[in-house]
Design a protein around this ligand. Structure first.
Ligand SMILES: Nc1nc2c(ncn2[C@@H]2O[C@H](COP(=O)(O)OP(=O)(O)OP(=O)(O)O)[C@@H](O)[C@H]2O)c(=O)[nH]1
Ligand SMILES: [Mg+2]
Length: 217
């Protein structure tokens, strides 16, 4: 998709504050500070989403309208140890609220840090999305920080641990992976439009982001 126009519609903590209209949505999930907002900015080609070196920057579900055709949803991150427990619980609640709100989800983009092994929460999130029948794409970001050898090791580790072959290597700094990720998103939007079944959750099983040990309620 060529981005002609995009803008922030709203930041929401409760589902009653979510935009109406039923456009397909692409949600960006991942550990706090992994680079979700930076990745969104790179995909959109402008700095709309606020980014920060400090974890816990994004504290609501931010809905961005793209070409009035699709909504990008920037969520808070999960599971960062140095975020105070109370904040962590609030952020987990915002993620859980979104994931159980039965939105017309085209695809969830699950972002992991190429420098580290996917965390238990990343793997749990991936299993949960799969179990709910939700379409998701794993993206390994911050690739610019790795040498060639490290890249290969990192990608095969993420493939092995996630059980998914189609990991997209990405860098918000260099733009690596932007074309491939757009392709994956466009395909999912097209399949949601034609079949209407790209997936919406209809059960409320426990969401990994609200794992009691990582994010106490
Ligand atoms: N080198 C490099 N730095 C990155 C990349 N993506 C993000 N960063 C940096 O990582 C930090 C966190 O980025 P954000 O985009 O704010 O991360 P986030 O996941 O939205 O964070 P929260 O909203 O706090 O959960 C910032 O300092 C970014 O500049 C990348 O691909 N390469
Ligand atoms: Mg953010």
């Amino acid at each position: 998709m060529k981005v002609l126009d995009c803008r922030l519609l709203t930041g929401a903590s409760r589902s009653s504050e979510y935009p109406r209209g039923g456009l397909p949505e692409v949600v960006f999930l991942g550990r706090s500070n992994v680079g979700k907002s930076s990745l969104i900015n790179r995909l959109l080609g402008r700095s709309l989403a606020r980014t920060s070196r400090t974890p816990g920057r994004t504290q609501q579900a931010h809905f961005y309208s793209v070409n009035d055709a699709v909504l990008f949803v920037d969520l808070p991150g999960y599971g960062y140890a140095r975020v105070p427990a109370k904040v962590k619980a609030e952020l987990a609640g915002i993620i859980e609220t979104y994931l159980t709100a039965r939105r017309p989800l085209a695809v969830a983009v699950l972002i992991v840090d190429a420098r580290h092994e996917p965390s238990d929460l990343d793997l749990e999130m991936s299993r949960w999305l799969g179990g709910e029948g939700l379409p998701f794409q794993i993206v390994s970001t911050k690739m610019d920080k790795l040498s060639n050898n490290q890249r290969h090791a990192s990608l095969s580790r993420t493939r092995r641990l996630s059980g998914r072959e189609d990991i997209i290597p990405f860098s918000s700094q260099t733009g690596e992976g932007k074309r491939e990720l757009w392709q994956a998103i466009d395909n999912r939007i097209a399949s949601l439009r034609t079949t209407g079944t790209a997936g919406t959750p209809d059960t409320a099983s426990r969401i990994p982001a609200s794992h009691p040990e990582e994010s106490p309620k």
